[in-house]
Design a protein around this ligand. Structure first.
Ligand code: GDP
Ligand code: ZN
Length: 311
């Protein structure tokens, strides 16, 4: 059975809530029944780790105050996070979303073309933060379902894959059932159709705009920040802004290998740990020769290694 659990603030006597949006110094919280704006107490900020965003969408927080003015007093330790290296800094992690059990990586069959290397990057970030990566391949109407499946197979993408078209509606049910009853974060590059998918899943009035107004919970005007949506039948979906780049930052090669089951699960190499680049007696390089490790996978692994600058 799949584990399906969504934190419901109402079960905590309304003293714990979920961050639905972050706006600089203030936040919009979901209290289980409605959205409300809140400030963040200084002691909650200073207790947070300096290496991570101190508060992110999906964070569970303790609050004080009443209907008039709610204040966040502390932020609970995260069960999972999706983070990338913050702009202009190599050691600070910008947390895009917290406490989701899965990261749905939205990509497209064409326009923009499918790029397995981008899927790897998001999968790496998801795994690093304790989330299960899932692939949602959109725009199958521009090709065929079978051809889309071949793209994924040829790239040897090891993820559960959902094939859909936000235009024709094909496959939307598969995505809905993947999201139902869970907390998920949607990530993807600009242009893959993430906004269109959201508009097929959530009622129009909820997403007219990106920004939640604390009073009504409805959108106000467009913004480029993450925000949480509520699925009618239960489940939370955190949408993140489409990006052009996924900076990963320094990472050890053993972490990179975890994205690729053929590499991660290869027999032991002579030297351990082995980066599988130039070491003698490397079972991964032998696997590339014999065909158990697909060449496309090995090349993507090497490219990712270059990018994370691992020694
Ligand atoms: P986002 O940047 O990921 O939010 O992408 P948008 O939702 O704005 O979509 C980018 C473009 O792709 C728009 O012109 C959409 O109409 C188009 N698009 C989105 N989904 C599909 C799809 O399933 N099939 C086709 N053919 N076009 C799509
Ligand atoms: Zn090796």
């Amino acid at each position: 059975m799949l584990r399906r659990s969504v934190f419901d603030p109402r079960e905590s006597g309304n003293r714990r809530m979920i961050v639905a949006q972050v706006r600089g110094a203030s936040v919009v919280l979901w209290d289980g029944a409605r959205f409300r704006e809140a400030t963040v107490a200084k002691r909650a900020r200073t207790a947070a780790s300096v290496d991570f965003s101190f508060v992110a969408v999906g964070d569970r927080v303790a609050v004080e105050g009443d209907a008039g003015a709610v204040r966040v007093t502390s932020i609970e330790p995260r069960q999972s996070f999706l983070g990338r290296v913050a702009r202009g800094s190599q050691d600070r992690i910008q947390v895009l979303a917290a406490n989701a059990e899965q990261a749905v990586i939205v990509a497209s069959v064409a326009d923009p073309p499918f790029r397995p290397g981008l899927v790897d990057r998001w999968a790496l970030l998801a795994l690093r933060g304790g989330m299960t990566p899932v692939l949602a391949l959109n725009k199958v109407d521009l090709s065929t379902r079978a051809a889309a499946g071949r793209l994924v197979d040829e790239a040897s993408i090891p993820l559960e894959a959902i094939y859909l078209s936000a235009v024709t509606g094909e496959g939307l049910e598969d995505l809905r059932s993947c999201l139902a009853g869970r907390t998920s974060v949607l990530v993807g590059h600009s242009g893959v159709g993430k906004s269109k998918i959201l508009s097929r899943i959530f009622p129009a009035e909820e997403i007219v705009s990106g920004e939640l107004s604390g009073k009504s919970g409805k959108g106000r005007h467009t913004t480029a920040s993450a925000r949480m949506y509520l699925l009618p039948g239960g489940g939370h979906v955190i949408d993140t802004p489409g990006v052009r780049m996924v900076p990963i930052g320094p990472m050890h090669y053993t972490e990179v290998a975890e994205v690729f089951p053929e590499i991660h699960g290869a027999p032991l190499c002579r030297f351990r740990p082995c980066s599988h680049r130039t070491e003698p007696g490397c079972s991964v390089k032998a696997g590339v020769e014999s065909g158990t490790v697909p060449g496309v996978v090995y090349r993507r692994y090497l490219r990712l290694l270059e990018e994370v600058g691992t020694e």
